[in-house]
Design a protein around this ligand. Sequence first.
Ligand code: 2BA
Length: 112
Amino acid sequence: MILLKLILAVVQDKDSSRLQEALIDADFHATKLATTGGFLRSGNTTFMIGTEEARVDELLQLIKDHCESRRQVMSPISSLDSNTDGYITHPVEVEVGGATVFVLDVDQFKHF
Ligand code: 2BA
């Protein structure tokens, strides 16, 4: 029996096109979602990739090879904006990525 896995990979927008091309070249099937990081509240990209368990290591290496880690500054929001609840009001520099990856078991895969 072939075991299937679902890989969710959150990557930076800057890396998404290169990764997408590499996935196609390596014959991985993927869905690309426009997502927003909960902390920086800026855009990132989440790839949803279904594959056989036997190809997971190859896929993880491919993601690793195409996603760079970068430092990013989150700008404070304007103090004139009264709705600042939960927002950071001073610049914060963080290291983002390469990639944040979840590997999930797939119970069933149907393609109608
Ligand atoms: P963001 O939530 O926008 O986070 C961007 C970066 O900010 C993170 O990079 C981390 O370095 C930093 N960061 C996040 N939360 C923080 C906090 N509470 N205090 C201080 N620094 C914080 P990465 O860890 O490489 O994450 C990149 C993106 O991956 C995240 O964007 C988020 O969209 C996703 N992600 C990371 N961990 C996740 C998780 N456990 N569950 C779901 N998504 C996750």
